[in-house]
Design a protein around this ligand. Structure first.
Ligand code: AHR
Length: 495
């Protein structure tokens, strides 16, 4: 099999956006407790923040972190998690006990240590405009008012200046505490954004889009929500999770075809609403939940019997094929950098996360850590239109899918980074990279591949580096040809 990738430095999509490499920390399972935060852990600092996890977060190259949910936010009272006395409450979303030991100040301090931008979500499930404005006053107001002085009295006189705000979470879903019709939600979101901007005009707002492309109202929900919020918000959210179902590895490997469909459908819907409103403004996409998630295993498991504190929930262990799918999803997000202005892999630690920890023990990289870390480190400058010529294969779910998919970026200093997946289950594919349009000869420099004879191989506490990128064996020195092994993620640098 043979595929081609053709690059031209004049054919550009958009600048690489740092916000593409966002992640997500929800009060769910062990993402916070024994994930990023574990007082008493041998690596914890005086604030209880695990330094081993922080080191991996920095290595992962996360730029932005969404918080505190997720389903959790739709029942959250942020006041429970600030100050000296914390309130214990049942979390209806995940049927657990929330101690609120970790809250807004701890999260924003953690963001500072991790070097990431916070993306805060407000509760528009059980709460509304007033509580959202109160939270903004707490995080962003300089001082001299009730909530800004309260923040100062908690030892944080300097405002956190949070810029990016999600107006609720998945309010189209019946599983959401306080779920709403599109019209109800749209009006509430518009009023909330308007009021929050009265306090701080420099904010960016994300309206809630559909929870997934399979939702009955996908498309209609976005249209109605944007009809209410168009001039108040900047972005509309998209969420998508993928898993291998009934042994159909071929369809699973082609999951980014669905992500492509979501991005195209949501932007087309937004543009349609803009046209109807005679607005020149363009709404971007915040793909603020995406990942591989073995959701059906979670849905088929018995619900938690007891109300526990930070139990093991959604702790998927990822394999090689999962990492290749995550790589292909990153390819799609980068390819659509003209409209996808922010994205967050869900989630960061333990809960469907690239980082895994043991309470009191070590932290390690899951297989899906690697494509994210490599793309975040090497995608620089501008995204190029990447013309892929590839044989196709038949998938039960998506019809014909290209065996090879790829995207390239061109840094300001002229280096090309090419990110490629080969989805063939059995066969290597020879890839030829066309670079004739460049005014100089490009040659392949560093190249790595993530692949394994066992596509279901995982990383564990005892073998944390079983699956990792290795020097690419398929590069022919002096040529622009690379042999991509089956089920693989390759990163090829050219200069
Ligand atoms: O990321 C796990 C859950 O998936 C989130 O809480 C929710 O928003 C989505 O349904």
């Amino acid at each position: 099999q043979h595929a081609t990738v053709t690059l031209d430095p004049a054919f550009t999509v958009a600048p690489v956006r740092r916000r593409t490499f966002g992640s997500f920390v929800e009060h769910l399972g062990r993402c916070v407790y024994t994930g990023i935060y574990e007082p008493g852990h041998p690596t914890a600092d005086t604030d209880g923040l695990r330094q081993d996890v922080l080191a991996l977060v920095r290595e992962l190259g996360v730029s932005m972190v969404r918080y505190p949910g997720g389903n959790f936010v739709s029942g959250y009272r942020w006041e429970d998690g600030v100050g000296p006395s914390r309130v214990r409450r049942p979390d209806l979303a995940w049927h657990t006990i929330e101690t609120n030991e970790f809250g807004t100040d701890e999260f924003l301090r953690w963001c500072g240590r991790a070097g990431v931008e916070p993306m805060m979500a407000v509760n528009l499930g059980t709460r509304g405009v007033a509580e959202a404005v109160d939270l903004l006053e707490y995080t962003n107001h300089p001082g001299g008012t009730h909530f800004s002085d309260l923040r100062a009295s908690h030892g944080n006189p300097k405002p956190y200046d949070v810029k990016l705000w999600c107006l609720g979470n998945e309010l189209d879903g019946p599983w959401q505490v306080g779920f709403k019709t599109a019209r109800e939600y749209g009006r509430l979101a518009a009023q909330t954004a308007r009021a929050m901007r009265m306090l701080d005009p420099g904010l960016t707002f994300v309206a809630v889009g559909s929870s997934g492309s399979g939702m009955p109202e996908f498309g209609a929900w976005e249209a109605e929500v944007l009809a209410e919020t168009y001039e108040e918000v900047d972005l509309i959210s998209a969420h998508a999770y993928y898993e291998e179902v009934d042994g159909d590895l071929g369809s699973f490997l082609a999951s980014n075809l669905d992500m492509e469909h979501v991005i195209r459908a949501v932007t087309a819907t937004a543009d349609h609403v803009g046209a109807r409103l005679k607005s020149r403004k363009k709404i971007g996409v915040s793909f603020d939940e995406w990942n591989v998630w073995y959701l059906s295993r979670f849905q088929n498991a018995p619900p938690p019997a007891a109300w526990e504190i930070a139990p093991r929930q959604l702790e998927d262990v990822y394999h090689v094929a999962d990492a290749v799918v995550v790589g292909s999803l990153l390819i799609s997000l980068l390819r659509h950098s003209d409209r996808v202005e922010a994205a967050a892999q869900a989630q960061l630690v333990n809960v469907i996360g690239p980082i895994f920890t043991e309470p009191g023990g070590r932290a390690w990289r899951q297989t899906i850590f690697h494509p994210f870390a490599q793309a975040s480190a090497l995608a620089r400058g501008t995204v190029l239109h990447t013309a892929v010529g590839s044989p196709v294969y038949a998938t039960p779910k998506y019809g014909d899918a290209p065996l090879v998919d790829a995207v390239a970026t061109l840094s300001d200093s002229g280096e090309v980074a090419l990110f490629v997946v080969n989805r063939s289950i059995d066969d290597p594919v020879r890839l030829t990279i066309g670079t004739r349009a460049f005014d100089r000869a490009l040659t392949i420099g560093d190249a790595t591949v993530l692949a394994d004879d066992d596509v279901y191989a995982t990383n564990t506490a005892d073998a944390p580096d079983r699956v990792a990128p290795r020097p690419h064996p398929g590069v022919t020195p002096g040529s622009l040809d690379v042999v991509l092994p089956p089920v693989s993620w390759s990163v090829i640098q050219l200069s």
